[in-house]
Design a protein around this ligand. Structure first.
Ligand SMILES: [Zn+2]
Length: 150
């Protein structure tokens, strides 16, 4: 079954803007919300610092302590981690072999935004399918952007 990612316009714009702000380095962050019968519903996004200092323009890494804090704070609001996002400065919004190798949260969304010359271009989402590291894959999923609430 192929899920989709439902996200509000404000959160969607927030994760795209994050990639513009950190350009030419990759940004990264966490998507929090719920999973229902047809997909993952994002109710908040949490920015993370990219702890990769060796090659921040084409790698990202989220500090595990930061991730645990985000997870705990999310649970206090009734939210679970439903995905992750990062940017690809001047590269397509497709996952790389490294992205797949470093993706470990099965059933979560991995959102990638291409940032071309500092402007957010295409945003795609992929679900990490499979049940173990040996046969996992990232599969295209639809992003359903809801209009911003004011
Ligand atoms: Zn990547």
């Amino acid at each position: 079954m192929v899920y989709m990612l439902k996200i509000g316009g404000q959160n969607y714009e927030a994760l795209r803007r994050h990639g513009e702000e950190t350009y030419p380095h990759e940004c990264c962050g966490v998507l929090l919300g719920q999973t229902d019968g047809e997909g993952r519903i994002v109710s908040s996004v949490a920015r993370c610092g990219n702890t990769r200092t060796d090659s921040p323009q084409n790698r990202y890494h989220i500090d595990p302590r930061e991730l645990i804090r985000i997870q705990r704070e999310g649970r206090e609001r009734g939210e679970d981690i439903v995905g992750f996002y990062h940017s690809h400065p001047d590269h397509p919004a497709r996952w790389s072999a490294t992205d797949l190798a470093e993706a470990h949260w099965f059933g979560c969304s991995y959102v990638i935004t291409s940032v071309e010359k500092g402007k957010a271009a295409i945003t795609n989402s992929f679900e990490l399918m499979g049940s173990d590291e040996g046969e996992k894959s990232l599969v295209d999923e639809k992003i359903d952007v809801a209009p911003s609430e004011t």
